[in-house]
Design a protein around this ligand. Structure first.
Ligand SMILES: NC(=O)c1ccc[n+]([C@@H]2O[C@H](COP(=O)([O-])OP(=O)(O)OC[C@H]3O[C@@H](n4cnc5c(N)ncnc54)[C@H](O)[C@@H]3O)[C@@H](O)[C@H]2O)c1
Ligand SMILES: [Zn+2]
Length: 884
């Protein structure tokens, strides 16, 4: 790995000397304290660099080099040491298919034709050496430095998967069983959930303690006056640490004193090798002459072995195995970070032997990392459809587990606190299999004091409304300006256009933004300007900025670039001499914005969704929006201000200042000596939006119900309600009558339930909600179905009760991520829609949904069995996405 062709010995020595102490420290931290100071991917790549240097310049190498280490010596005095009867080795690793092919060519070149190998998953856990004497577990030890390890016999005996006594018969006098202790993924999640639940409880109590201590100050002041002794303050309780990943969880748990808790009971074990074998009968030795034979004997003894091991003899077969498992990381109950290939014949293994560190007859192919390090640049908040304000991490983009990641949600401020991350930290980012990227925590060793804590804003970044929990004690915080917060309205309008609602294809992210939140990026634009980036104005805005003293860029096209030099930014009080922002919150005040010729913030066309169906092209003429300026696909940091739904006009010079041109900007243009040659007109997109909105007015009733964004009222309930009542009037009248009679509204309708029923009726109690319905009606939106009640006219099976469940009778397998859903969430949605969600593809499977980063094996299996596949998009369309 690494190309050192151009490197000379001096450079190589310098680099080697730089790396050595760093890697020694990493090894020490990793093996002795169990708290790594870098992620494995970083460690592996630095070790590989070092090996490459040593290969090229052997004089750098010595037996003491960090590249020679197998683990670490047991820390003196910490625990009892145990000497392994036979040495424990590490594995030679390769990081690419090419390296693997080279290894394979090398080994097969020395072997008889047709030699066989085992292909196994590389279990990500802690290596363990179990010594059985006469079939009874005598000791269990960690690998340590390969010669001696830590005595963990007591804990090993508490693990159910490790038999204290071997079953079957025919045991040798002594056998060393090597294998991996691991923390099953499901247990790991469960464990962390338990810790988190407890931490939440503690956080709540801590708040009470803080309040008590605050009140105590005044009380104690009073007591002091009366000559009384002060009452003691209450102590805050510490938060428990969650485990970073299942491997650390296994290592940490094996080391802990307590061998009775949830953690140790969760551990499991898989045997994958053999050390010393003494006093074995000839028959047994014969049985154990191959790797596969060893596993068979182990199995008979009651030792768990992997069910994934396969015999292979060609590179193509190995590659198939890799393909199958690389894409299916989340499919086993344990994590695996690669694949191990071992020569099958143990006699030949013995002939090939070992280097100082690894066997010569095996190799580990490591998958691309699922955990990487990157810099946390900022923590920002976003406002969702229901007003939920969620912090998210903005990171230096990194490649992790098959895709580039630059953002990850942090869920809520508690989560930020629990993770202990600060802006500016180097953080560990994790993305395993089809799991959504997650910031695991900070790398504390990388802190230099310049990091700052995240402060949850008290006011909505989009509208300035107050941010508060919806109910006392809620973890989620919401922008309370539900009615007109542009960010919430933007999301609601997107929802109205979505496939599960009115299915207005052209009313998406972008057009919804023009309507509800045209200045969405204003804050980013001002920051960009304050940090030295340019903003570009065109048309009337350029002419206005020209008046403010900016030169026009183009002789035929009014266009100005506003950009501030560092001196100007210092002079204007925006930054200090180093370019650091003086006030990261309110970067450039309104007055300064005006002075600089930056267009004032716009009043959004929509104030609520009421006016959506009254939209006209003319109404949008003045709307502008900010677009990032890109170069080869990359955002340059500069921004451009453009017409939203209208085309760009063409301008020409009038030659003389003072002569009036046409259009809105006539006056400004005249002064600047420009006139409009081709006037601006509604864009094709806008015309399409308008036409589709017109069509939506008479779509099915259930779609209108979904479009109203009523909490809990999604497509399934809406279809059931619409099918039953046929009109909004009838529905409301019936529900209200039930409430008056003291009954649960809509309880007679399957799939509706009391919560949904009440939520629906409550929604209509809010005057501004009723205004939406009134305005839509006035604009021609119908709220009844023409068909006789009972029919729905949509695809999907219809039950005897008239309720449509789109996935009735279907067995669905989802592989990869579906946007907006957790894994459990998808399964639940499938069930709610009448289907059955299963984990593996079989002949019984009706459909395989291929999400993002799908598992290769499921995809191929679906193909092989000729099973229908859907994209995530198709799946959502059929489901009629709504999560109200
Ligand atoms: N982050 C850090 O600072 C840091 C420091 C030191 C080491 N490390 C990490 O530790 C690891 C190196 O440790 P290592 O020497 O154990 O190498 P390794 O984990 O890459 O491979 C060897 C081990 O794989 C295990 N294994 C799992 N499944 C197996 C199977 N089917 N057959 C055989 N063996 C199997 C065995 O226990 C064996 O000892 C690397 O992942 C490295 O990134 C990290
Ligand atoms: Zn808001």
């Amino acid at each position: 790995m690494g190309d050192n062709e151009g490197v000379n010995i001096e450079e190589a020595t310098t680099r080697w000397n730089e790396l050595a102490p760093k890697l020694r420290r990493a090894q020490e931290a990793y093996h002795s304290t169990g708290e790594p100071i870098m992620v494995d991917a970083t460690y592996d790549s630095l070790i590989a660099q070092m090996r490459a240097l040593e290969d090229r310049f052997p004089q750098l190498w010595s037996p003491q080099s960090p590249t020679m280490k197998v683990g670490a010596k047991v820390a003196r005095g910490a625990v009892a040491e145990l000497r392994h009867a036979e040495r424990m080795y590490s594995l030679q690793d390769v990081f690419s298919r090419e390296e693997l092919a080279t290894w394979f060519a090398g080994i097969t070149g020395e072997l008889p034709e047709g030699s066989r190998f085992t292909a196994e998953v590389k279990i990500d856990g802690l290596a363990l050496n179990l010594t059985y004497r006469g079939g009874v577990l005598e000791t269990a030890a960690t690998r340590g430095d390969g010669v001696t390890g830590e005595d963990v016999t007591r804990n090993a005996l508490a693990i159910q998967a490790i038999p204290a006594r071997l079953s079957g018969e025919e045991w040798p006098e002594l056998v060393e069983v090597r294998g991996e202790v691991y923390f099953p993924i499901a247990k790991f999640t469960e464990f962390n959930d338990l810790v988190e639940a407890r931490n939440e409880e503690v956080a709540r109590r801590n708040q009470e303690i803080d309040a008590y201590n605050k009140a105590l100050r005044a009380k104690n002041a009073g007591r002091a006056k009366e000559g009384l002794a002060p009452l003691p303050r209450l102590q805050r309780e510490g938060l428990l640490k969650t485990f970073v990943n299942p491997r650390n969880a296994a290592a940490g748990t094996m080391r802990q004193e307590d061998n009775t808790g949830f953690a140790i009971k969760s551990l499991s074990f898989i045997a994958h090798g053999i050390g010393a074998l003494e006093g074995a009968s000839e028959a047994l030795q014969e049985k154990m002459a191959t790797q596969e034979g060893v596993y068979e004997v182990f199995r008979a003894w009651g030792l768990p072995v992997s069910g994934q091991t396969r015999m292979v003899s060609t590179l193509a077969e190995i590659e198939d195995y890799l393909d199958e498992f690389q894409g299916a990381r989340a499919s086993l109950d344990h994590e695996f970070d690669g694949v191990v290939i071992k020569l099958e014949d143990r006699r030949v293994q013995a002939q090939l032997g070992y280097t100082a560190r690894v066997p010569r007859w095996a190799v580990a192919y490591k998958f691309p990392p699922t955990e990487v390090q990157t810099r946390l640049l900022d923590i920002q908040v976003q406002v969702g459809r229901t007003g939920r304000v969620t912090p998210f991490a903005v990171m230096e983009p990194v490649w992790v587990d098959g895709s580039t990641v630059a953002q990850a949600t942090l869920h809520n401020p508690f989560e930020v606190e629990r993770k202990g991350v600060m802006i500016g930290d180097v953080v560990i980012l994790r993305k395993a299999g089809d799991i959504i990227p997650e910031v695991v925590g900070p790398v504390l060793a990388e802190r230099d004091g310049s990091e700052r804590a995240f402060v949850m804003p008290t006011h909505c970044p989009a509208c300035g409304g107050k941010i508060a929990p919806a109910k006392e004690g809620d973890k989620d915080l919401r922008c309370t300006n539900t009615r007109s917060c542009p960010a919430q309205l933007h999301q609601r309008v997107i929802h109205i256009g979505s496939r599960g609602a009115l299915d207005i294809e052209s009313l998406g992210e972008e057009s919804a933004q023009w309507l509800a939140d045209p200045d969405r990026y204003r804050a980013d634009v001002l920051i960009a300007l304050a940090t030295g980036h340019a903003i570009e104005l065109t048309d009337e805005e350029a002419l206005a900025a020209h008046e403010a003293g900016w030169p026009l860029e183009d002789a035929a096209d009014p266009r100005v670039r506003i950009v501030l030099t560092l001196e100007q930014r210092v002079e204007l009080g925006i930054t200090n001499e180093d370019g650091a922002l003086l006030d990261p919150e309110g970067v450039i005040g309104e007055e300064l914005q005006r002075e600089l010729g930056i267009p004032t913030a716009q009043k959004p066309f929509l104030d609520t969704e009421a006016q959506l169906f009254a939209l006209t092209a003319a109404g949008l003429e003045g709307v502008r929006t900010w677009l990032p300026i890109r170069l080869a696909g990359e955002h340059t940091g500069d921004w451009r201000y453009v017409r939203a739904g209208w085309t760009k006009p063409a301008w020409s010079r009038t030659g003389r200042a003072g002569e009036a041109g046409a259009g809105r900007a006539a006056e400004g243009a005249a002064r600047a000596g420009f006139e409009v040659k081709t006037i601006s007109a509604p864009s094709k997109t806008l015309e399409k939006v308008l036409a589709e909105i017109e069509k939506a007015k008479t779509k099915e009733l259930w779609r209108k119900l979904v479009a109203l964004n009523i909490r809990h009222v999604g497509p399934v309930a809406s279809r059931a309600l619409a099918a039953h009542f046929g009109s909004l009037e009838a529905m409301l009248a019936s529900g209200r009558a039930q409430v008056e009679a003291g009954e649960a509204p809509f309880s007679e309708i399957d799939g509706v339930g009391e919560i949904i029923g009440r939520s629906l009726l409550d929604w209509f109690e809010e005057p501004w909600h009723c205004e939406i319905v009134d305005a839509w009606r006035a604009a021609g939106v119908t709220f009844e179905d023409e068909r006789p009640a009972g029919g729905t006219g949509t695809d999907g099976a219809e039950g005897a009760d008239g309720v449509v469940r789109p996935f009735e009778g279907m067995t669905i397998v989802v592989t990869g991520a579906v946007e907006g859903f957790t894994r459990d969430g998808v399964a639940e949605a499938i069930m709610k829609a009448g289907g059955k969600a299963t984990g593996s593809v079989s002949k019984k499977t009706t459909v395989v949904v291929i999400g993002e980063n799908p598992g290769a094996s499921k995809t191929t299996k679906a193909e092989a069995l000729g099973i229908e596949t859907w994209s995530a998009e198709e799946f959502l369309r059929r489901l009629g996405r709504a999560d109200g």
